[in-house]
Design a protein around this ligand. Structure first.
Ligand code: ASC
Length: 150
């Protein structure tokens, strides 16, 4: 084994055994991380949603780029919901940790619909984008209804 692949394996191994919460120095960092990831996601999704809703002029290139960033950002927040991150500057409800399978399902559904939005945006069809925006928005809403305090 080369030195490089040994280091690579050690790094990959470590990333699988570390609990998610240990990837942050303190719970506040995890909370900040997930909120910032969700903010970046929402800003990019919102830009595409504004075009779909006729509130912003349709720009196919901006829509495609924004959707791709939103899709990527949608992968990030979840590691910030580790154990011990339920208290602090957050609207996250405690049910996130007691009904984790349901929360994880919503997180996966969001990512699936975000991937479809990227495909729709790349197609350049505003009609396709509208359908995908509605599907993504539905996943945002159902998770907020169950798991975000008002
Ligand atoms: C957004 C945003 C949400 C969702 C939701 C869809 O842009 O910030 O929380 O869409 O409003 O119903």
């Amino acid at each position: 084994m080369t030195k490089f692949s040994a280091v690579l394996l050690a790094t990959l191994g470590a990333s699988f055994v570390l609990p998610a919460a240990a990837q942050f120095a303190k719970p506040e960092d995890a909370i900040k991380y997930r909120k910032n990831a969700l903010f970046v996601m929402q800003q990019n999704f919102g830009r595409v949603a504004a075009m779909a809703g006729g509130k912003a002029p349709f720009d196919a290139k901006v829509a495609a780029e924004s959707a791709a960033v939103a899709e990527f950002a949608a992968k990030l927040p979840w590691e910030g919901f580790g154990p011990g991150t339920d208290k602090g500057d957050t609207k996250a409800k405690s049910e996130i940790w007691t009904e984790k399978a349901k929360f994880d399902d919503y997180a996966h559904k969001l990512q699936t619909e975000m991937a479809k939005l990227t495909v729709a945006a790349k197609s350049g069809s505003l009609d396709n984008i509208k359908v995908a925006v509605n599907a993504v928005g539905g996943t945002c809403k159902s998770c907020h209804d169950d798991f975000r305090a008002k």
